[in-house]
Design a protein around this ligand. Structure first.
Ligand SMILES: Cc1cc2nc3c(=O)[nH]c(=O)nc-3n(C[C@H](O)[C@H](O)[C@H](O)COP(=O)(O)OP(=O)(O)OC[C@H]3O[C@@H](n4cnc5c(N)ncnc54)[C@H](O)[C@@H]3O)c2cc1C
Length: 371
């Protein structure tokens, strides 16, 4: 049994891993750079709710309270994570940022600004959405308006009366565009490079997440084929509005890292014309944004819902454990190197909270087994 185990990050993935370890008798220390648990959730936009169900989002050893409802609100996610850390009596050191991991003589060295610590095992849970990414569009410096990453968006109040161009149609871009359109923006466009797959978040009691779980282990080609009639039954043809059924199938896109948009109102907004879909930005030209079809828009604000980087390179890049797009090669609770684990770096159709809970249990088993 390893004596010293560090978990890096006190988001849901790190807390789940620490709790699962504790249930196996390993009292890990969580190192968290911020002053809070669930730091990322404290900064998400106000209207955000989990799009995965309460029951399928709970972490090991503590259900999410029933009174939080089926689709748990952002503030309640934070409350749950605080209660989770307290319930499991997790040892968390705040204000400690890990800058590098090294392995020598069968042990890990965890480097922080305050010094080095030795560890038998380390769980990296620093987040899939670690560092906001804004593309470097040509001419951007000439733009007099604001370019704001979606991670800084809280609510529509600052954008009332403004022309806003949202870039990117993942779940975040889709919901922010809807939020702006419903709450007083003068105009809302959404620039889309690759048409997203769109599924209703739920149809009555049936959540999209349930379908995701059912089809998860089916062959990719079969799910790709099945998703087309499901889309046609769920939504009218939206091709003329810029949202065609994507050529690349749903499961193939998920395997590439793009989960479908869980619709809670974007489709209606696009149909109503309150959100207008446009092609991607090619460049900025002073106050104008030139799109890839040559059209020009004059937004006051460009809201970049353009994703995040993992930013794992400085910490573990030298260990040969990172692959495509800086993501860990080995996940799912298996050791990436002896005593080194990553959790929270896969984005399956079945939901990340659920995946992090499963990872946590596997990591705990492997750590106890000395792997
Ligand atoms: C807008 C949005 C909505 C989402 N909705 C859902 C949903 O409905 N259902 C679902 O299953 N998933 C959802 N997700 C995906 C995922 O569940 C969340 O992003 C979740 O917070 C990921 O948890 P995590 O612990 O892996 O990472 P994070 O929550 O990002 O936590 C990482 C923690 O590590 C800390 N940290 C980072 N680097 C260091 C370091 N070097 N040293 C020390 N500490 C460090 C950070 O401060 C942070 O507290 C959503 C994601 C986003 C962005």
């Amino acid at each position: 049994m390893p004596h010293t185990v560090y978990v890096i990050g006190a988001g849901p993935a790190g807390l789940a891993a620490a709790a699962a370890l504790k249930s196996k008798g390993v009292d890990a220390t969580v190192l968290e750079k911020s002053e809070h648990v669930g730091n990322a959730w404290r900064h998400h936009y106000d209207r955000l709710h989990l799009h995965t169900t309460r029951g399928l989002s709970q972490l090991p050893g503590l259900p999410i309270p029933r009174e939080f409802g089926r689709w748990v609100a952002r503030d309640d996610v934070v409350r749950y994570l605080e209660a989770y850390a307290a319930h499991h009596d997790l040892r968390i050191e705040h204000g400690v940022e890990v800058s590098r991991l090294d392995r020598a003589d069968g042990a890990w060295t965890v480097t922080t600004a305050e010094g080095k610590r030795a560890a038998d095992a380390v769980v990296v849970a620093t987040g899939y959405n670690h560092t906001p990414h804004v593309p470097d569009w040509p001419g951007q410096d000439s733009f007099p308006g604001q370019v704001v990453h979606a991670s800084r968006y809280r609510n529509p109040a600052p954008y009332v009366g403004q022309n806003v161009l949202v870039v990117g149609a993942g779940n975040t871009g889709a919901e922010i565009a809807q939020d702006l359109a419903e709450n007083g923006a003068a105009s809302v466009h959404i620039a889309i490079r690759t048409a997203p797959h769109i599924v209703p978040r739920n149809q009555g009691p049936w959540a999209a997440q349930y379908t995701g779980l059912l089809v998860r282990h089916l062959p990719t080609a079969l799910v790709d084929a099945l998703s087309v009639p499901v889309r046609k039954a769920s939504f009218p043809d939206l091709s003329h509005l810029g949202l065609p059924i994507p050529e690349v199938g749903l499961a193939t896109r998920v395997a590439q890292g793009a989960i479908p948009v869980q619709d809670i109102g974007l489709v209606a907004a696009v149909q109503a014309g309150t959100v207008r879909v446009v092609v991607p930005i090619e460049r900025f030209d002073g106050g104008e944004v030139v799109l890839s079809d040559g059209a020009r828009l004059t937004p006051d604000v460009v809201l970049a819902a353009t994703g995040y980087r993992r930013a794992l390179e400085p910490v573990v890049g030298h260990l040969g454990v990172l692959g495509d797009q800086g993501k860990p090669i080995v996940t799912n609770g298996r050791p990436a190197a002896p005593g080194l684990y990553f959790t929270g770096f896969t984005n399956p159709i079945s939901g990340m909270f659920r995946e992090m809970a499963a990872d946590a249990r596997r990591i705990a088993r492997n750590v106890v087994g000395g792997r």
